[in-house]
Design a protein around this ligand. Sequence first.
Ligand code: CO
Length: 154
Amino acid sequence: MATRKIMIYGQEDVLEKKAKPVTKFDDRLHTLLDDMAETMYESEGVGLAAPQIAVRRRVVVIDVGDGLMEIINPEIIESKGAVKDAEACLSVPGEAYMVTRPEYVKVKAFDRDGNEFIIEGHDFLARALCHEIDHLDGIVYVKRVEDKKNDRIS
Ligand code: CO
């Protein structure tokens, strides 16, 4: 395993490009997932998307305190409610903003071996899923801030 360099918003175009689906669930993907987890934990983040380490693939890792989740080719198939709460991103260091996200999402995804599974998340997990899936579509969360001045919390 190895840590990878995290791309900083405003410096790297890759953060604003749409990532491509994973088609091969091979050793290369497994190395990517291992490196992403190591990079996330070293940075004390709760989530990381492949474009944040300059890999344009639809791969996400999340750990909101319940263990590591590896999420490949995710697709939000259901969402409910709206909650405005604090959010930050390893690609936007030193800043945090209030952002409105669904209270609940249901996501269809694949594991590292290509098996389909469903994740359901409320509150913070729903927020993390939406934040990371946005990265795969080239959307950094600051674009979702409604009021840059009043919604800034750090
Ligand atoms: Co982020």
